[in-house]
Write a protein that binds this ligand. Structure first.
Ligand code: SF4
Ligand code: SF4
Length: 362
């Protein structure tokens, strides 16, 4: 293992020397961000190699307007709002779902649990707060299919599902972007396949390397990016052979396509990304909470000067936000990046604090 680490570090040094300036690699996935912190990878990298935490956490990229919609829906007595845990703590313009403190807000672990709520509460409309990337969308699609088969008319989906590739392209299109390469998300790639990144490569010619979440995978993923830069051999590569195939998972892709279609939907900090969000197809409109409740979701400004948008685009590190660690902490989060366990602000806070505590004790 030591030999592999040294080889990767040597490639990093070579790439940095060749570039002669700071090399910026964005880890798209929130789980990579956490793995990098947890395993103390950052301090071992060359000084001129910088990791940028990207828009890889489903809670963090969910637009402010969507949060406000969930809070408004939860105020209705005829609705049961079924949501994943982290979403209840993200503040909207009139507080968070947690602060609303209503018994009709139910935390679920899966779309299946939301379906059960609909089966057990026929007098209410269940709204499933469906966020996540290609990893979670197939399960939502299956739930809609199940609801259709059972004629479960009181089950609806508030789709905030997102697609990773359009977001990567949107990031590179921004003239202020500093991204030289992507460390591509592991779980999403299991579904979409490593070949899916070829369109990013074709349009922008940046290295796209898929890696798993173990520290050795992350280090070798960064090493492979650096090899490509050093050797001038820019391409799509996967080193996560155990789980990711070039073609991905066609069954999961098919089920997403059967129920969902892409549209230009809002992302936090990135605005409307062309083809970046999924909504239910017209055939399944009766399960679409936006349509059932006549809601038009529009991108909204972030609240209280929160800089999550800039963090998600890799334009600033969390400590550059004036609220970081001052008014914004995991106990008093101002933005989703401090709420979610996969959020960049929460990771910087948690692991930075540990380091500071260790330094104090030494
Ligand atoms: S859904 Fe999977 S790929 Fe996406 S951020 Fe979470 S762990 Fe990473
Ligand atoms: S520190 Fe808080 S307010 Fe600042 S960007 Fe992060 S979550 Fe938003």
């Amino acid at each position: 293992m030591l030999r592999r680490i040294l080889k990767a570090q040597n490639l990093m040094d070579c790439a940095c020397r060749k570039l002669g300036r700071q090399l910026n690699i964005m880890e798209v996935c929130g789980t990579h961000t956490v793995s990098i912190f947890r395993n103390g990878i950052r301090p071992t990298l060359p000084k001129s190699l910088k990791l940028l935490s990207g828009p890889g956490c489903p809670v963090c990229v969910t637009d402010q307007g969507y949060i406000d919609v969930t809070v408004e829906l939860a105020k209705r007595d005829d609705v049961i709002l079924a949501t994943y845990g982290d979403m209840i703590r993200v503040p909207g313009k009139s507080g968070s779902l947690e602060q609303l403190n209503r018994s009709n807000v139910k935390v679920v672990m899966s779309s299946d649990e939301a379906l059960n709520l609909a089966r057990e509460n026929k007098d209410k409309t269940v709204v499933f707060v469906a966020v996540g990337f290609e990893t979670t969308t197939p399960a939502t699609a299956v739930a809609v299919g199940q609801a259709a088969d059972e004629n479960l008319e009181n089950f609806t989906v508030l789709s905030g599902h997102k697609l990773v590739i359009p977001a990567m392209k949107a990031l590179l299109t921004d003239k202020n972007n500093k991204i030289d390469a992507f460390l591509c998300p592991g779980h999403v790639s299991v579904i979409i396949g490593s070949d899916a990144y070829k369109t990013v490569l074709d349009d922008f010619d940046v290295p796209c390397v898929v890696a798993g979440f173990e520290p050795m995978q992350v280090i070798e993923g960064i090493g492979e990016i650096c090899r490509q830069i050093y050797k001038d051999d820019i391409k799509v590569e996967s080193i996560y052979h155990a789980a990711v195939k070039p073609e991905g998972n066609p069954t999961a892709q098919k089920i997403i396509d059967q129920y969902f279609e892409a549209f230009d939907g809002p992302w936090r900090g990135l605005g409307n990304i062309p083809g970046g969000t999924l909504r239910l197809k017209e055939e399944y409109a009766q399960f679409d909470a936006f349509k059932r409740f006549g809601i038009d979701q529009v991108p909204t400004e972030e609240l209280n000067g929160c800089k999550c948008g800039e963090v998600l685009c890799g334009l600033i590190d969390p400590p550059q936000c004036p609220k970081f660690e001052n008014t914004c902490t995991p106990d008093t989060p101002i933005g989703p990046c401090m709420v979610s366990s996969e959020g960049a602000c929460s990771a910087w806070y948690k692991y930075g604090r540990r380091r500071r505590r260790r330094r104090k004790q030494a």
